[in-house]
Design a binder for this molecule. Structure first.
Ligand code: MEV
Length: 449
């Protein structure tokens, strides 16, 4: 590799077409073709394109993902058609199938168990901890008073700072303390709000310790702010989603599957995911297939949701399934507790041209309602996956989509695709198998000309 020619300074200053030219010329063997293809994804409406470019930096094209709908979600008595942005085939179909299944069995239920978010000012200080504790109430008043211009609006909306705590961690790391702050950010995800408050707190804390007379002038006025940042671990911003019905209402699933045997096998599969981390990760991945798709469609922060969800899955020291199942007294219950820090105002939620319609489609929900909808979608996805795994196996549902993708890749026309769908129905699909089948079809067609 010619490292020097591939390095550049001032890339960000180039116009978009200049960036595209440079990238394609440096990294592709057929720059003209790649440039044309990437350019073909630019939005025809310049204003829309400017909006998209404004969401990030150094953009050279757009990266389209399918925007699908899983209809028939009955959640807390309300009907929803759930918007999902995901590239994996079968996910939307599975969510829709689970939604339809539970529609006839009372639908989904969900309840928000808490909305607290958290942030920390991490600092280093070598003074007498008892002195700091003795003036902590005074400090807390000062922190709140100085941050008032930042918190005023949030307070008007019913949120703001909930609590400020001093945490002494000098037993773990010399001189290490935290201000641990909890927040209610109402319908916004709140990252900007929390970080602004914390950075303001850090300035006040620095001044307070540097000038308060209780601290010794020579030794105790030296404070170092390490960092001020929200925590994406929000176990108290939690929602529970569940489905339940009498076991006999589960119905039967193919040969030998009574409702009772289905319920028991399902509960065992979930218990396995509670006790075995290897299975738990895949099981939770299935939950996040649903969660991430709606989080993305509504322009929420899927990295925050994922990081937090997985940390929560390991909250007792072992990584476990986020969902649980019980079969008791003739009832089947399946539920999911998951922390979800979401917003329905602020950020990109109303700026993104599609996300704003996704939210509109959901009736412009509050953040709490969106937590409920998204948790139910995750539970639906998990239900569909586990039901397939313990009955037909997962490949049956995947094969059709897999075949369609291969046919697309091999440039099959409508007739060839129809013939292949018939030929491969109920059979295992492989790339080589489909290619050979198409070659056979094309040879016959060629011979007939
Ligand atoms: C595939 O994307 C998700 C599953 O593997 C989830 C699971 O195994 O529960 C089907």
């Amino acid at each position: 590799m010619h490292i020097n020619t591939k390095a550049i300074s001032g890339f960000s200053k180039l116009p978009k077409s200049g960036k595209l030219d440079w990238v394609t010329e440096q990294f592709f063997s057929d720059p003209a073709r790649v440039r044309q293809e990437l350019k073909s994804w630019w939005h025809s409406n310049e204003e829309q394109q400017r909006l998209l470019d404004g969401f990030s930096e150094n953009t050279i094209s757009n990266f389209p993902l399918p925007f699908g709908i899983a209809p028939n979600f009955l959640i807390n008595g309300n009907m929803y058609a759930v918007p999902m942005v995901i590239e994996e085939s079968s996910v939307v179909a599975a969510a829709a199938s689970a939604a339809k299944y539970w529609l006839d069995r009372g639908g989904f239920h969900a309840r928000v168990l808490g909305v607290k978010k958290m942030g920390q000012v991490h600092f280093s200080w070598g003074g007498d901890a008892r002195k700091l504790e003795s003036v902590f109430d005074e400090l807390a008043c000062e922190l709140r008073k100085n941050a008032a211009p930042i918190t005023a609006n949030m307070e008007k909306r019913g949120g703001g700072i909930l609590d400020i705590e001093l945490v002494n961690l000098t037993h773990l790391e010399p001189k290490y303390y935290q201000l641990k702050v909890t927040f209610d950010t109402r319908d916004s995800m709140g990252a900007n709000f929390i970080n602004s408050v914390l950075e303001d707190f850090a300035r006040t804390l620095d001044r307070f310790i540097s000038f308060h007379p209780v601290f010794d002038e020579n030794e105790e006025r030296d404070i170092h702010i390490i960092m001020s940042i929200l925590s994406n671990y929000t176990p108290e911003c939690l929602v529970r989603a569940w489905v339940e019905c009498p076991v006999e209402d589960l119905g039967t699933f193919g040969d030998g599957f009574t409702a009772q045997s289905l319920a028991e096998k399902f509960a065992k599969a979930v218990r396995i995911a509670r006790l075995d981390p290897h299975r738990a990760v895949t099981h939770n991945k299935g939950i996040f297939n649903g969660i991430d798709a709606v989080v993305l469609a509504t322009a929420n922060d899927f990295r925050a949701v994922e990081a937090c969800g997985h940390a929560y899955a390991a909250c007792d020291g072992q990584y476990r399934s986020l969902s649980q199942c019980a079969v008791e007294n003739g009832m089947f219950r399946f539920w999911l507790d998951i922390p979800l820090a979401l917003g329905t105002v602020g950020g990109l939620t109303k700026l993104h041209p599609i996300a704003k319609h996704a939210l509109e489609l959901l009736g412009n929900p509050s953040a709490e309602t969106l937590m409920e909808i998204i948790a139910c979608t995750g539970l639906a996805q998990n239900f569909a996956a586990v039901r397939s795994l313990i009955t037909t196996g997962i490949q049956q549902g995947h094969m059709k989509m897999h075949l369609a993708n291969i046919l697309n890749h091999l440039g099959a026309d409508v007739r060839e695709a129809e013939a292949a769908m018939l030929h491969f129905a109920g059979k295992t699909v492989s790339f080589t198998g489909v290619r050979e089948y198409l070659e056979g079809l094309r040879e016959v067609k060629f011979a007939a000309l």
